[in-house]
Design a protein around this ligand. Structure first.
Ligand SMILES: Nc1ncnc2c1ncn2[C@@H]1O[C@H](COP(=O)(O)OP(=O)(O)OP(=O)(O)O)[C@@H](O)[C@H]1O
Ligand SMILES: [Mg+2]
Length: 366
């Protein structure tokens, strides 16, 4: 985690960007007397040049008017903030509301009035701006950390799912198949014995056992499907989506249409899984919350992205309403999609159905 200004050693470095050299130099002197490392800079362009050379201050005091034909304060601030994250405080002689309104976008760290004898006020504002900037930075870092942690946990869970699915398939699945074959054999023999005239209730017992076995095999298959659809790793995402859609169709007894491009979809393992899980969660939400009459799932490919749309004509909801407690389906979908550089939107309103749209870039962002 990078240090904030409050945690670093050495004097705080301030650039005073002002085309009036005398004002800037005298303020620099005042600030130096108060322990800052202050430097007068004549223009926004000169400030950007210094930053470009690696001379980056901790804070900039920025004049509004910086001379004709040059960047003004807001333009210089925009250009600076494109290349580095330095708090900029407006230092201006203007006090009218129209001028101050026009500086709204650069006012994140406030402004100070450019009048003689205002140094203590400037120092207090600088300290507050540095504190605010440090807090913002820590919050951003923490947010990034939580996002990384969440996507790490998701990928650990997917890896574990894949391992468990393989174990169940290879071990339990094969044992059940062997058991079923043996059962068939024993039943045939018993049927022959009964046919030879000996009475027995064994055929009924075998039938019962076979029915239990069949149910267990179905359960095991559906467990594997939930953990990690095997088709994702074999014939691919389109077949896996067909199976998913059919199972929802069977469960809800409504039409669920799947539209996919006629050309094969070529997605890497990560993107296939993201696409699959997003469609899966959206369909689960349709089943749990929407009471729809029909659902349509469409997957498309553009020049640079895969686009999936899941649309139902059910009861809808207000996506802007506060998230219900401990509900993570939509949050999880968004996390997955954003982790691969994509975007997700949810359009819905009560009574109007729901449309979930995800865009997954084909290439990793550079
Ligand atoms: N297709 C939909 N139709 C109607 N309401 C929906 C739909 N999808 C989501 N919602 C509403 O949005 C809420 C949040 O959905 P989300 O998937 O985040 O949580 P959940 O499904 O309730 O729980 P889980 O965390 O198990 O997914 C739902 O509780 C539901 O009220
Ligand atoms: Mg859900």
């Amino acid at each position: 985690m990078s240090q904030t200004r409050e945690e670093q050693d050495g004097p705080v470095k301030i650039f005073i960007v002002d085309d009036e050299a005398i004002i800037a130099q005298s303020l620099a002197l005042d600030l130096k007397q108060r322990g800052f490392e202050a430097r007068a800079v004549r223009s926004g362009e000169a400030c950007i040049e210094l930053i470009g050379k690696g001379d980056v201050p901790d804070l900039i005091l920025m004049d509004l008017n910086l001379g004709t034909g040059r960047f003004d304060g807001p333009a210089a601030t925009r250009a600076i903030q494109e290349v580095c994250d330095v708090p900029v405080v407006l230092h201006t002689a203007y006090t009218d509301s129209e001028t101050l309104q026009s500086t709204h976008e650069m006012l994140r760290y406030g402004y100070v009035h450019k009048v003689p004898g205002n140094v203590e006020f400037i120092v207090a504002t600088i300290k507050m701006a540095l504190k605010l900037h440090g807090t913002e930075k820590r919050l951003r870092e923490r947010e990034r950390m939580y996002r990384d942690l969440s996507s790490h946990l998701q990928s650990v869970r997917e890896d574990q799912n894949a391992i468990i699915a393989r174990e169940i398939h290879d071990d339990l699945g094969q044992s059940l198949t062997a058991l079923k074959m043996n059962l068939n054999l024993v039943r045939r023999r018993t049927t022959e014995t009964v046919a030879a005239g000996e009475s027995s209730d064994l055929p009924a017992v075998f039938e019962d056992m076979e029915s239990i076995l069949n149910t267990t095999v179905r359960k095991v298959r559906s467990m594997i499907e939930v953990l990690r659809p095997p088709l994702l790793d074999t014939t691919g995402i389109v077949d896996a989506l067909h199976v998913l859609v059919s199972s929802v169709e069977r469960e809800l007894r409504i039409p669920v249409r799947l539209h996919v491009p006629s050309d094969p979809l070529v997605l890497d393992g990560t993107r296939s899984l993201v696409l699959y899980r997003v469609v899966q969660e959206a369909l689960t939400n349709c089943a749990r919350h929407a009471e729809p009459r029909s659902i349509a799932v469409t997957v498309d490919v553009t020049d640079d992205a895969f686009v999936a749309v899941i649309e139902d004509d059910g009861r809808g909801f207000d996506p802007a309403a506060p998230r219900p407690e401990k509900r993570f389906g939509i949050v999880g979908m968004r996390e997955r999609v954003e982790h691969v550089g994509g975007e997700m939107s949810v359009q819905s309103s009560p009574g109007k159905g729901t449309l979930v749209r995800v865009v997954i870039p084909r290439e990793d962002a550079q």
